[in-house]
Design a binder for this molecule. Structure first.
Ligand SMILES: *Cc1c(COP(=O)(O)O)cnc(C)c1O
Length: 360
């Protein structure tokens, strides 16, 4: 607490990102980074963009990048918004779409924990809707009176940290039932096996679909995310952005993102490798006594049937392996484990076998 703060700052509860310690031989399976690294073509484009042109401001509209994203998804550039990581895109969506009198924002009780943080930042009442006992989202919960008085609806698909995906028909039902409400679908992990709701954007002008280059394109350090939706939704985000920072994407980010999106071959190869390793890791963890939720992401969410999650995470840490644990209701016995290379998954399994062997 400081006497210099603005009135609402004392009430903020900032999001806690996964740690980024600098320790040799550390296996980081805690923040869903991609083990394969960015496309070599993206790295080349970034290096080539690093010259004296950096004295100039970048294109405030990121026109070339937005056109490439639009072309990839069969949209017009006016239907694409880009930002400094999808976290910033999401923040602008909260600011531009969800501050509607005192109406609450609907979201699942278990989801990306940044959403409640943005609600506090922007003073948006947050109303959570419980997922079922097996962590499924029931579209019916977002249809009817409660949804009607909401300022908006947001969920991640596939969900984080459960990893579970909802089908397109369910998303379409929710958006169709609430034509006057913005529905934001955060698809940070969609490239690892789920279906993208971007196919519904042409039909549904209330649907905003958010993607990131941090996970499937392995560019978390470059900070590029984007949203796709009707021109009206996108214009709302643009108005917020241009009242906040006209240049959210620097020149290197625009060049790197553009080249990464063009390297379809590298994208395919690496995401397929991650999906294969994930399915193998799920089998291996099940054999060691874990219940593993069905994942469509680059992580698994798993609970051991007899060992405490906090103790397991601590024992892994002693072996220089980081995984993510959330001390939250319903999920405090689960660990979220990022998919690494096959060698990294093997190192994890070996460590777990050792830890669980000792515990018996
Ligand atoms: C990682 C993640 C993001 C943030 O991605 P950035 O583009 O790196 O800001 C957003 N939503 C979910 C659900 C995520 O897991």
């Amino acid at each position: 607490m400081s006497r210099f703060w603005s009135d609402h700052v004392a009430g903020l509860v900032p999001y806690t990102p996964g740690e980024q310690p600098k320790v040799a031989d550390l296996l980081k399976l805690n923040t869903n980074e991609n083990p394969y690294g960015p496309s070599p073509l993206a790295l080349k484009a970034i290096k080539e963009a690093a010259d004296s042109r950096l004295r100039l401001y970048p294109d405030p509209e990121s026109r070339a990048l937005r056109e490439a994203i639009a072309a990839r998804h069969g949209l017009a550039a006016e239907q694409v918004f880009v930002g400094n990581g999808s976290d910033e895109v999401l923040a602008h969506a909260f600011h531009g779409l969800f501050m509607r009198a005192e109406r609450p924002l609907l979201m699942p009780d278990i989801t990306y924990s940044f959403y409640p943080t943005y609600c506090r930042l922007y003073g948006i009442p947050c109303e959570t809707v419980a997922l079922s006992d097996d962590f499924a989202l029931d579209p019916q919960d977002y249809i009817g009176e409660r949804a009607q008085r909401a300022a908006g609806i947001i969920f991640a698909n596939p969900n984080a940290p459960t990893g579970m995906a909802l089908g397109l028909d369910a998303i379409a039902r929710i958006a169709r039932a609430n034509p006057d409400t913005a529905v934001v679908v955060d698809e940070a992990y969609v490239d690892f096996g789920a279906e993208s709701a971007v196919a519904l954007v042409a039909e549904l002008d209330n649907l905003l679909v958010v993607h990131t280059l941090s996970k499937s394109r392995s560019l978390a350090g470059l900070r590029v995310g984007y949203a796709m939706g009707s021109a009206g939704l996108i214009e709302g985000l643009r108005r917020v952005k241009d009242s906040f920072n006209s240049y959210p994407l620097d020149m290197l980010a625009q060049a790197g993102a553009l080249a990464a999106l063009r390297d379809e071959a590298y994208f395919e190869k690496t995401r397929q490798a991650i999906m294969r390793s994930r399915d193998q890791l799920a089998v291996d963890l099940a054999q060691m006594g874990f219940d593993v939720l069905p994942s469509m992401t680059n992580f698994v969410f798993a609970r051991h049937r007899s060992s405490d999650a906090v103790k397991l995470a601590a024992a892994l840490r002693e072996r220089r392996i980081l995984v993510r644990h959330f001390a939250l209701p319903r999920i405090d016995q689960y660990l979220r484990i990022t998919i690494g290379t096959d060698a990294e998954c093997e190192r994890l399994c070996k460590a777990l076998a050792e830890i669980l062997g000792k515990a018996q």
